[in-house]
Ligand binder design. Structure first.
Ligand SMILES: Cc1cc2nc3c(=O)[nH]c(=O)nc-3n(C[C@H](O)[C@H](O)[C@H](O)COP(=O)(O)OP(=O)(O)OC[C@H]3O[C@@H](n4cnc5c(N)ncnc54)[C@H](O)[C@@H]3O)c2cc1C
Length: 509
């Protein structure tokens, strides 16, 4: 286990850790990824990637790999499975949800990371850390038996450590980051099993005598999900096939025979948010930073969004080219996104729950979605993160400012390209698009590119962060002064305005 003064260690090779490691590598940082498990877990928690994830993966040129793996569905549940939200109304390049196993998402990300030259060190658990002004001393234990007794503990000194180590994050605890929120009060159990008689239980939702049963078809098996009527005495007590069958029979009022159990587990509705996403040289992403009930099926997606926000900022900080406060903006932006996430999921869980007192609210809510234009779009974009807007820290009214720039078609040097294609290098991008002569970016690492956007001729210029969000937008109807471009360049990239346009050049900072 060798670290290094400039190395960033990522603890955990789930969706957050894999995506983050790839983003850091693209941005030029030296990365090592460790995971406590000897190999990837075969148990699959999630089955979906949403619009925002596909948009982000598109901006790295790899969305196609994921889209090739499963069906896309143009609707998704918000709270009531009988009233799915229409996703086609979203302002998104991918207005649908992709059905894909989380385990497959992780495999594809790990393959991509390997192509970038980084291999995951499986069987390495972070067990302790100590940070000082110059770095982090990390203790790592071999959990795969290699090294033998006494030889399995190693120390590595790294520049930064990121805890992508899931909901029970050791990194979060050892860094002393509080995790306030609400503990689990209700629990669900799930079973990945086969039905002895496939006709015994239909797919979808079945309302039984004492509860509601969800059956999700999977290739060769089904996932059955139930609520436990009482909190378990010991939440870590294993769920067995017999105990699951008993609960299922109680809720349906009839027995259903199950066989070939693949995975039986329990999950709770705890909702917590890390008080700080960055503490000195330690940062958190994914479930390590936030937990919530699985309602809404967004955990993987939020983990990817955290990683894409953090990657370029942390790499710039480690490489010594970040302006003051850049890393802290990860906390500001994603902690706020986490607060919105918890409040949205809280609403979804309440509306989708069994409280009869909420029946009139459910009714009213359904009327609002059905009858008031724009409500469905608002909810769909909120639940998928598509409407996420980060404070651009400059004045301006353009609706894209702070948001993910759409994948505009562009022409560059006589060939067709797009915003997503130009962002594959994960570098900041200044697009000079109109007739007005704009300065280039100077003194930083920002690419300046002269292109045309035939579909949006009013665009004069766009400054785009590596995560795809607009840091500056100027149009012919609302031209922004060069001084605000200079502020945006300095705020996000420590760069400044250089020479005014020299046509047809793609200049790298
Ligand atoms: C029942 C259920 C269904 C779900 N369905 C969906 C869904 O449909 N869609 C969706 O988007 N999300 C879903 N989720 C949520 C989703 O699974 C998580 O939000 C997601 O896995 C979080 O990714 P992560 O990378 O942050 O953490 P994890 O995926 O938990 O990865 C953490 C990694 O860190 C490793 N690790 C732990 N401790 C250490 C350590 N000390 N040192 C080194 N490595 C360590 C672990 O081995 C693991 O590989 C579901 C969750 C549950 C429980």
């Amino acid at each position: 286990m060798s670290g290094g003064d400039g190395v960033i260690m990522v603890a955990g090779a789930g969706p957050a850790g894999l995506m983050l490691a790839a983003e850091l590598t693209l941005a030029g940082a030296e990365v090592m990824v460790v995971d406590a498990l000897p190999e990837r877990s075969p148990y699959c928690r999630g089955f979906t990637l949403n619009a925002r994830s596909l948009e982000l993966l598109d901006r790295r040129g790899i969305a196609g790999r994921f889209l090739a793996e499963g069906p896309t569905v143009p609707s998704s549940m918000f709270a009531d499975p009988a009233r799915p939200l229409d996703l086609t109304v979203m302002d998104s390049d991918h207005p649908y949800v992709l059905g894909i196993a989380q385990t497959r998402v992780e495999e594809l990300l790990e393959e991509w990371l390997a192509e970038l030259g980084v291999k995951v060190s499986w069987g390495h658990a972070v067990t302790d850390l100590e940070q000082d002004a110059g770095g982090v001393e990390v203790t790592v234990e071999r959990t795969d038996g290699v090294g033998g007794a006494g030889g399995s503990l190693r120390r590595a000194r790294v520049a930064y450590l990121v805890g992508c180590d899931g909901s029970r994050s050791l990194v979060r605890k050892r860094a002393g980051i509080a995790f306030p929120g609400t503990p689990a009060t209700t629990f669900g159990v799930l079973a990945d099993v086969e039905l002895a008689d496939p006709a015994a239980l239909p797919f979808g939702m079945t309302k039984g005598e004492r509860g509601t049963v969800f059956v999700i078809p999977r290739p060769g098996y089904v996932r059955i999900v139930l609520n436990e009527p009482e909190p378990p005495a010991d939440r870590d007590e294993p769920v067995t096939l017999a105990s699951f069958e008993r609960l299922l029979a109680e809720q349906l009022g009839r027995p259903v025979e199950l066989r070939e159990p693949r995975w039986l587990t329990r999950f709770g509705d705890a909702a917590r948010l890390a008080e700080r996403y960055v503490a000195g040289r330690v940062a958190l992403a994914g479930d390590a930073a936030h937990i919530h009930p699985p309602t809404g099926a967004v955990g993987v997606n939020v983990a990817l969004a955290d990683a894409v926000n953090l990657g370029w900022k942390l790499a710039a900080t480690a490489l010594g080219r970040a302006p003051e406060g850049l890393l802290h903006s990860y906390h500001e932006e994603r902690h706020a996104a986490g607060e919105r996430l918890l409040s949205t999921i809280g609403a979804q869980a309440a509306l989708g729950g069994h409280d009869p007192g909420l029946a009139p609210v459910r009714d009213l809510f359904a009327q609002l979605v059905d009858r008031v234009p724009g409500v469905g779009k608002y909810l769909a974009e909120l639940a998928t993160g598509v409407s996420t807007r980060y404070d651009p820290k400059i004045p301006g009214e353009h609706p894209w400012l702070g948001r993910l720039v759409p994948d505009l078609e562009l022409t560059l040097d006589g060939r067709r390209t797009s915003v997503a294609e130009l962002l594959r290098r994960a570098r900041p991008l200044l697009l000079r698009l109109g007739e007005r002569p704009l300065p280039a970016a100077a003194g930083g690492w920002v690419d300046t590119c002269d292109a045309r956007c035939p579909g949006r001729p009013e665009l004069e210029g766009l400054l785009i962060r590596p995560d795809g969000h607009a840091a500056w937008v100027s149009t012919t109807s609302e031209p922004q002064p060069d001084s605000t471009l200079a502020t945006a360049l300095a705020t996000w990239f420590g760069a400044s305005c250089g020479p005014v346009r020299q046509e047809g050049r793609f200049e790298t900072g």
